[in-house]
Structure formats: C-alpha cells, structure tokens
Write a protein that binds this ligand. Structure first.
Ligand SMILES: [Zn+2]
Length: 78
C-alpha cells in the first residue's frame, strides 16, 4: 500500500509532499535534499489528492499563525 507523507524541511521549514516509499526528497523551496526518514512528519495521507489537500491546509495555517519565520514577505501590521 502506498501512502503519502507531509514532512518538514529541516533547512527552511517548508512543507514537502512525498510518497511514503521515497527515501529522500528535494525541497521545492530551498533546494536542499531532505532525508525523509529523519525529517519531521506532520501528516499522513492515503491518496495524492488527500495529501495535497492536507498540504494546502497546513500552508494556510502556517501563513496565518504569527511568529513563524517563513521566507515569503508576509506583510504584517506589526
Ligand atoms: Zn527547504
């Protein structure tokens, strides 16, 4: 059975979508190679569709929460 995981890049903190069977994944944000076995995993999904939905929710949550140092220029009022 193939599942999907959402892992956190150890270099930039971005969320990565990967197949459970994959051992490494290149981070789409910073380009570093992430060893999935060592990476922090935040979600599991059965299908690619479910995984991408989860990923989107996680990104929305991250964008909303304050105090997270994301690379993007989120303009905050303070
Ligand atoms: Zn990264």
């Amino acid at each position: 059975m193939t599942g999907y995981i959402i892992a956190v890049c150890s270099s930039c903190g971005g969320y990565l979508l990967a197949k459970n069977s994959q051992k490494t994944r290149t981070c789409p944000y910073c380009g570093s190679k992430v060893v999935l076995g060592k990476a922090k995993k935040v979600a599991f999904a059965e299908t690619a569709n479910e995984a991408s939905l989860l990923l989107r929710k996680l990104k929305e949550k991250a964008a909303k929460s304050e105090g997270l140092s994301f690379k993007g220029d989120f303009k905050k009022s303070h």
